[in-house]
Design a protein around this ligand. Structure first.
Ligand code: AMP
Length: 547
């Protein structure tokens, strides 16, 4: 039919173009490794991206080639976010906290040709260089960390590379369905699995992050992604920020309580995003030292379940709203956000909390269902628990060059997440557990997530993890690991059991001797509690399986 709309592709470079034309004065702020601040604008970004595009071409990079990063959140990483896809190449952000073996695997599997490395991570790149024969050049980004003991050799200096490249680059015609970026999942058994994001999926996903009910980024916000840019495109925030002209604050490696509090205050950040661990650390620091965080209204928290204590503490002590979201590497990651509906806002606080603790509803673009053991749909009654399945334009349809990992994708076009959830009558998803983290006792299931949430509500507890301990009589028993809150009085195992007894059936309760107090919990490369390691430690033997 004629008279139709233009067939205009959804491309990453058009995000950059809009930011630099319409919001040239808006700031991009980065924190160097020595704590000093770097400032530039979206107007400054465009010519630097042009130079970088030319530099990449000068190094022989063309459409489809993979360009990898080992880098913290910074303006240079942002430049790569735009330059690499703009020449038709694929930006592969690498989680450098992964084990060496996994890093070697993913660089090799992705066939990365260039590695852009922050100076603070250069020693790792140098150590791995002999194992990475496919990497042709190492480009070092000097992030003002003290001189590392080693760096790959020979290497190219990022700023010298840009300075020697021309400021006007040609933008090729691109297909919106071609690859723009890729990221490997970290929390799996076996080898990491690659997920490839297209220009179209990246663009649409970034738009979703600007929906009022799904993060609501806008020009009026100052956003700080505390989620690393090496993990699922920092939840798309760098693209959403540029798309709307929001000021963006990139905290580098400064993710612990103090540096984060300082930059949130000094840059008047209004909204920040990251995993619960980061915000727990921030909360503890804010209890020790006073900052003016009056600009900060929302923390977007996902990656692991948010606890009631986190929502209440931030709200009551600092007037900051915790907005709970769920997602995965495979879902770009935005899957659901738990914004309250209008009518819910006049409900009693307790009832509102019940919904704010859920993972939330999907934004337009993501469709959800829960599947029973037989693969049939379960009702949305908030009770029945099945495997959450999703589909949509920013959900992976397969893993990169990994046909053996295809079981997660159903024949009728859904992705099985491996997360066990219920969905209520309003469409709010509530995650009950990761399929492999559920605890099975005498044939019945116990949700480790529900139990953890209850335990961290104890004022003497900073963090808690519940994992299955194999038991010859009961199949499995819940084993609890607790980190005491600094400065809090002693906590007895029986207190934890008594607290749980108010919420859980008797048969679900852990034994007092299964409650262990520890100094810290092991974390994955993206700051989630690493249950694989805990299970292995409890079993006192080799790792019994992944999560
Ligand atoms: P990743 O792909 O490494 O980001 O991990 C995705 C997994 O993290 C999901 O499948 C969930 O198991 C978990 N996850 C993400 N967000 C949440 C959340 N809000 N609550 C509980 N678990 C979450």
């Amino acid at each position: 039919m004629d008279g139709l709309m233009m067939d205009w592709p959804l491309l990453v470079p058009s995000i950059l173009r809009r930011a630099s034309r319409i919001y040239p004065e808006k700031q991009i702020v980065s924190r160097w490794a020595d704590g000093s601040i770097h400032r530039m604008t979206y107007g400054d970004l465009e010519p630097r991206v042009h130079r970088l595009m030319n530099a990449l071409r000068g190094l022989g990079i063309g459409p489809g080639d993979r360009v990898a990063t080992l880098a913290w959140n910074s303006h240079r990483h942002l430049e790569l976010y735009f330059a690499v896809p703009s020449i038709g190449a694929v930006l592969h952000t690498i989680n450098f906290r992964l084990a060496r073996e996994q890093l070697r695997y993913i660089v090799h599997h992705a066939k990365d040709r260039l590695l852009f490395v922050d100076k603070s991570v250069a020693a790792l790149a140098a150590a791995m260089q002999p194992e990475l024969p496919g990497v042709e050049h190492y480009i070092i980004m000097d992030d003002r960390c003290p001189e590392p003991p080693a760096r790959p050799g020979p290497s190219i200096d990022y700023e010298e590379l840009l300075a020697s490249s021309s400021e006007r680059a040609e933008f090729p015609d691109l297909d919106e369905k071609q690859a723009a970026g890729m990221c490997y999942t970290s929390a799996t058994t076996g080898d990491p699995k690659g997920v490839v994001y297209s220009h179209r999926s990246t663009f649409l996903h970034a738009m979703a992050g600007c929906l009022v009910d799904a993060g609501g980024l806008s020009e009026r916000e100052t956003t700080l992604p505390a989620v690393p840019m090496f993990h699922v495109n920092a939840w798309g925030i760098p693209y959403s920020a540029a798309m709307t002209g929001a000021k963006i604050v990139l905290p580098g490696s400064g993710l612990l309580g103090q540096p984060l509090a300082e930059i949130l205050e000094s840059e008047r950040v209004t909204t920040a995003a990251g995993v619960p661990t980061i915000w727990n650390l921030l909360y503890q620091h804010l209890k020790e030292k006073t900052y003016d965080l009056s600009s900060l209204h929302t923390l977007l928290v996902g990656g692991s379940a948010v606890s009631r204590a986190m929502i209440e503490n931030f709200q009551h002590d600092f007037g900051i709203r915790v907005l709970h979201a769920w997602g995965m590497t495979e879902t770009s990651p935005l899957g659901t956000v738990s914004e309250l509906r209008g009518a819910m806002r006049s409900w009693p606080e307790e009832q509102q909390l019940e919904f704010r603790l859920k993972q939330g509803v999907p934004p337009i673009g993501v469709e959800i269902r829960i599947l029973g053991d037989d693969g049939q749909d379960l009702p949305w009654d908030g009770e029945q628990v099945g495997e959450l399945a999703v589909r949509g334009p920013w959900i992976a349809s397969s893993y990169y060059e990994n046909p053996s990992a295809g079981a997660a994708f159903t024949d009728d076009g859904w992705f099985r997440t491996g997360d066990m959830a219920s969905i209520d009558q309003y469409g709010y998803v509530q995650l009950r557990d990761r399929k492999k983290d559920l605890i099975k006792r005498k044939g019945e299931w116990i949700s480790s997530v529900d139990m953890e949430n209850e335990i961290v509500g104890h004022p003497g507890v900073a963090e808690a993890a519940v994992v299955a301990r194999p038991d010859p009589v009961n199949d499995e028993q819940p084993a609890v690991l607790v980190v005491r809150a600094p400065g809090a009085g002693p906590v007895e195992p029986q207190e934890i059991v008594d607290r749980l007894a108010k919420k859980f059936a008797r048969w679900q309760l852990p034994l007092p001797e299964d409650i262990h107090f520890v100094d810290a919990l092991p974390k994955t490369g993206v700051g989630k509690i690493d249950k694989k390691v805990l299970r292995r430690q409890l079993a006192g033997g080799p790792e019994p399986g992944g999560n």
